[in-house]
Design a protein around this ligand. Structure first.
Ligand SMILES: Cc1ncc(COP(=O)(O)O)c(C=O)c1O
Length: 406
């Protein structure tokens, strides 16, 4: 039998989706599962977006130009201008979600064997793609105790080798909720300039900032040739299925490479682009996003308050995105998440979380951590945390029984 390639054989399954079959089984058995494992917002997609799709009135659903429809690029230019970011349309390309944008960014910046420095814990698909492109991820470990902020310049610089080509991070951060300060970004920017490295900044959670300010990589003039911006409408418009993202760079060679890559996949999705144009044409579009952010801020506060009541749980209040990493008083969070889905008795209800190890590159890190996505209504979040609390008690009793019998 022919063998599949090594790079796909070694590609890890998504740690976020890995335990999904157990959740599906629990649901089949009639249990209610509160899904806090995945960053799928529950907020309705704005009506103006949906109407833009509905009113598309196309006789042929044709390919759009590879970099995106001109009206979408113009609308995006206007959106960035609202944030004080000037991006001429030739410096951006519409992509198939932020996912394609970061794959383009990595392909444009790195060759096989090159090194990419990334603060851990990080969004797990960075690893998937590094594996597919034979790029080595070099982690900078960040800690809950420091609010997952970056270490000093010397510690970061120590990671740079002759094979280093770029930094990659999400800001605001998934899975940590960290929002980097200007000083932290300045640290990265100075090192990038000093060592001639790209800075790939994944800003898909730009609006989701509850404390601090969202600072774009495009707001550092010295990074003119170094900055690559990755963006997406998935989260801010609660439009994950639209598959519309953006890659932007002021570096003409990068954009030339991106446009050639874009041609190989022909075009980004037409309906999603038209929905976005309609959304941005609505004079109230900012209000719609603001009210969604207010909801997430309130959810964060509710979740954080509830989690703090669980004995032995350590977590810092996140400043952005819609995730929190919690350290649990257990040894193996993946085993615990399995337990919640299989053996836990929560009166017909349970909760699903994402085990922490999948967010780290360093082996062994994150074993006692879970990522919680606060993507449900507040009453549901409170109930889910109550189930988590009960689950911890039942789990430690079950473990004690196993240990006593051994
Ligand atoms: C940090 C981060 N970047 C990129 C993405 C990709 O999003 P999409 O491809 O839906 O735009 C996600 C999705 O969860 C994410 O959390």
């Amino acid at each position: 039998m022919p063998k599949i390639s090594r790079r796909t054989a070694e590609l890890p399954a998504s740690p976020i989706r890995k335990l999904a079959p157990l959740a599906a089984k629990a649901k089949q058995e009639g249990k209610t599962v509160y899904n806090l494992n995945i960053g799928q917002p529950d907020i309705p997609t704005p009506r103006s977006f949906m109407e833009g799709v509905r009113n598309a009135n196309l006789s042929v659903l044709s390919y759009s130009p590879s970099p995106g429809l001109p009206e979408t690029l113009q609308a995006l230019r206007g959106y960035y201008a609202e944030w004080g970011i000037d991006i001429p349309i030739q410096e951006m390309c519409v992509t198939i979600g932020g996912s394609e944008a970061f794959t383009f960014a990595m392909k444009a910046a790195l060759d096989a064997g090159d090194e990419l420095i990334v603060p851990e814990p990080f969004y797990p698909n960075y690893r998937g793609y590094a594996c597919l492109t034979n790029v080595k991820l070099v982690p900078i470990t960040t800690y809950a105790e420091d609010g997952f902020h970056l270490p000093g310049a010397a510690e970061i610089e120590a990671k740079i080798t002759p094979r280093t080509r770029a930094f990659l991070f999400s800001n605001p951060g998934n899975p940590t909720g960290v929002v980097y300060t200007r000083a932290e970004l300045e640290r990265i920017a100075s090192l990038a300039v000093k060592h001639d490295l790209f800075v790939i900044s994944d800003e898909v959670y730009r609006e989701f900032v509850y404390e601090g300010e969202p600072i774009s990589v495009f707001q550092f003039p010295k990074l003119r040739e170094h900055a690559i911006l990755v963006d997406s409408i998935s989260k801010r418009l609660s439009a994950c299925g639209a598959r519309v993202g953006v890659i932007a760079s002021r570096n003409a060679e990068v954009m030339d490479a991106v446009n050639r890559m874009a041609q190989t996949r022909l075009s980004p999705p037409t309906f999603g682009q038209l929905g976005l144009v309609a959304f941005l044409a609505d004079p109230d579009h900012k209000k719609a996003v603001d009210s969604m952010i207010a909801k997430f801020r309130s959810r964060r506060d509710t979740l954080f308050r509830a989690i703090r009541t669980i004995p032995g749980v350590v977590c810092e209040r996140p400043a952005g995105a819609f995730y929190v990493i919690a350290k649990l008083p257990i040894d193996d969070a993946e085993d615990f998440v399995r337990f919640l889905l299989t053996d836990f008795d929560g009166g017909g209800e349970t909760v699903m979380l994402a085990p922490g190890t999948g967010f780290y590159q360093t082996p062994g890190r994150g074993k006692d951590e879970v990522r919680i996505a606060y993507v449900l209504e507040e009453e549901k979040l409170v109930r889910a945390v109550e189930l988590l609390k009960q689950g911890l008690v039942q789990y430690s009793k079950a473990r004690a029984k196993v240990e006593a019998a051994a």
